[in-house]
Design a protein around this ligand. Structure first.
Ligand SMILES: Cc1cc2nc3c(=O)[nH]c(=O)nc-3n(C[C@H](O)[C@H](O)[C@H](O)COP(=O)(O)OP(=O)(O)OC[C@H]3O[C@@H](n4cnc5c(N)ncnc54)[C@H](O)[C@@H]3O)c2cc1C
Length: 419
């Protein structure tokens, strides 16, 4: 079976890999000159199985209201004359209902757990290196009221089969001496024991190279301009290379893994994908004091900031901004992340030398990705991974390949079904 994959971010590269392992002849179409150069470039680095709860949860509306009008708020809504944005915002509010949050949390947890296992198996079988870190994620709580909810959160994780435990500030600092500078701010810590971290861009590059060795063809600098359809079935892709030459590509199946741009590409097919771009920021600062730099990945739960050690750098990421496809960096948002680094890990990394970046998370209202067949014949989706595209990458790619090749995917997850 010949398969064309659109997009070489985390979703596209993992789809291509598992499809080729399943015996398909795979070609990847990517507009950038290499893999992982858009949203998968400089994310927070976390494989965060212990954080399956979506942003859309019963506490979210009050939190968003509390932050309204603050330039440095972790979540910022820029109202636009954009029907897609308002449709998404209303759907987000619906997903905040307790039953929906519980259902979405369970779906994400099952896929995330499977995905981490797939990532480990892939690492072992291919030997790829991407600055992986194991030992878990420490969710930091610095507000006693927030920490009151942690035992209930822990129970939800344990019920879902995810290993986690509560640590007091001394236990946490003993486990991760890098917390010493913020020890006195801590009220308590939730340790996601089996979580990991790693450099998503390096991973995309390394896996794409392995896929190439296995026969996958990558067409970089090649943009999908439109799907061509015969009736209700895709018959080809109209593409254009960097020199403006256009052409048609055909296959037996087409996998759309174009991140935040997926809904723009399916519009002409009458497929309306509930995905909206949610902008986030990161800084990647060189470590200047390796002794005091944390080895375990950290999440500041109140500030919604994550911090991962990637090689000789600290990656600090966070903030969410609904502002359409605008990729212009807002200095106030970057400054909030830099300030977090300087306040919580003073003297550990040199923020003045940091690489600043922002990217668009392809986010569905409930943060549950769209994986499986489209309504349109021969088209499949692997997109909409929102805040957890790195965590869910390998599991999503593997499940997608199973679906395309007619196998039943393993995880208990609401995969799309052919209609
Ligand atoms: C600040 C920030 C922090 C994050 N932290 C984490 C984290 O710690 N853990 C985690 O699990 N997730 C995290 N994420 C989320 C994660 O990075 C994303 O979910 C993931 O990168 C999405 O991958 P993707 O392959 O779907 O999209 P992308 O990486 O954007 O890939 C889509 C690809 O499609 C290509 N494309 C689009 N349109 C076309 C076209 N017309 N023709 C050809 N090619 C096209 C693009 O060039 C791109 O390469 C974070 C995101 C952000 C922004």
């Amino acid at each position: 079976m010949e398969v064309l994959v659109i997009g070489a971010g985390l979703a596209g590269v993992t789809s291509a890999w598992y499809l080729s392992q399943a015996g398909c002849k795979v070609t990847v179409v990517e507009r950038q000159p290499g893999p992982g150069l858009e949203t998968s470039y400089a994310n927070g680095g976390q494989i965060s199985v212990s954080h399956p709860e979506p942003w859309a949860n019963p506490g979210a509306p009050a939190t968003v209201l509390r932050w309204l009008g603050r330039k440095d708020a972790p979540l910022l809504f820029h109202p636009r004359a954009d029907a897609a944005q308002w449709r998404w915002a209303l759907a987000f509010l619906r997903e905040c209902l307790p039953a929906r949050t519980a259902r979405n949390t369970a779906a994400i947890a099952h896929l995330a757990d499977y995905s981490r296992d797939q990532l480990r198996a892939l690492r072992a079988s291919t030997g790829i290196e991407y600055e992986a870190g194991t030992g878990g994620i420490l969710h930091l709580f610095m507000d006693a009221r927030d920490f009151e909810h942690v035992p209930a959160k822990l129970q939800i994780l344990l019920d879902l089969g995810i290993r986690a435990r509560i640590l007091d500030p001394d236990q946490a600092t003993a486990l991760e001496p890098g917390l010493a500078a913020m020890r006195n701010r801590l009220v308590g810590v939730l340790h996601g024991i089996d979580d990991e971290c790693g450099n998503a861009h390096l991973f995309c590059r390394a896996l794409a190279a392995k896929a190439q060795e296995a026969g996958v063809r990558f067409l970089f600098n090649t943009t999908l301009n439109a799907f061509e359809a015969l009736g209700q079935t895709i018959s080809g892709l109209r593409v254009e290379d960097a020199d403006g030459r256009s052409g048609m590509l055909r296959a037996d199946a087409y996998v759309l893994a174009a991140g935040s741009y997926s809904p723009l590409l399916t519009h002409s097919l009458g497929e309306r994908l509930p995905i909206y771009p949610v902008k986030g920021y990161s800084i990647t600062a060189p470590i200047i004091d390796p002794e005091r730099a944390p080895h375990l990945s950290l999440t500041d739960e109140a500030r919604r900031v994550v911090c991962s050690r990637l090689g000789n750098f600290l990656r600090v990421a966070g903030t969410a901004e609904l502002n359409g496809y605008n990729l212009e960096p807002d200095p106030a948002r970057s400054a909030a992340i830099t300030q977090w680094l300087n306040e919580h890990l003073p003297g550990v990394a040199d923020a003045s030398q940091a690489e600043h970046w922002c990217g668009l998370r392809p986010t569905t209202p409930g943060n549950v990705p769209l994986i499986g067949p489209a309504r349109t014949g021969k088209l499949f989706f692997n997109t909409g991974h929102g805040t957890l595209g790195w965590t869910l990458a390998c599991g999503s790619g593997r499940a997608l390949a199973d679906i395309v090749t007619g196998q039943k995917p393993e995880p208990d997850f609401p995969f799309l079904r052919s209609r």
